[in-house]
Design a protein. Structure first.
Length: 166
């Protein structure tokens, strides 16, 4: 199983000179998460939802005893997250960047259907993980190399900004 946080949108940096001001720059889409199942071997009828449900249980997005209950995680027609979902007020002054991210999960699967024949493939889903705001002159504490906030800082603040360095 592969789980990673993926940057889905980022705004241009925005200077804020007063406390309590709202950021106004819109997020630019960078990645559109998708829910999908691809099959390598076996029958495909009805298996997409089963594979996604199993993945949802594995990552804690559904309970194993909720058999038959659909979650948004298993919806292959699920719309991408809305990047224009409100405003952000800032308590400080500086140059700020807003960003959005999801947790994307991909796993290979193998299971046996009622006919006894194995089905194999790959399932991909995503969970809305959140959004954030960073200040370009402030380093991001405890940031890991693959952190979406670092990517947002590199894209909008520039690669030499303190927020863009690990």
């Amino acid at each position: 199983m592969d789980q990673r946080h993926v940057l889905t949108g980022v705004a241009e940096k925005e200077k804020n000179d007063r406390k309590g001001a709202e950021l106004t720059h819109q997020l630019t889409p960078l990645h559109t998460p998708r829910t999908a199942v691809t099959f390598e071997k076996g029958s495909r009828a009805g298996d997409a939802e089963h594979a996604l449900r199993s993945l949802a249980v594995l990552i804690g997005e559904a309970n194993a005893d909720d058999d038959g209950v659909s979650t948004e995680f298993t919806n292959v027609h699920r719309a991408a997250p809305d990047l224009d979902n409100g405003s952000t007020a800032i308590d400080g002054v500086g140059i700020f960047v807003q960003y959005a991210r999801v947790r994307q999960v991909t796993a290979d699967f193998r299971h046996t259907c009622g006919d006894g024949k194995p089905v194999t493939g790959r399932a991909t889903g995503w969970v809305i993980d959140g959004s954030g705001t960073l200040e370009c002159s402030a380093p991001i504490e405890d940031a890991k190399k693959e952190e979406p906030a670092l990517d947002a800082a590199r894209l909008s603040c520039g690669p030499d900004a303190p927020a863009a360095r690990t």
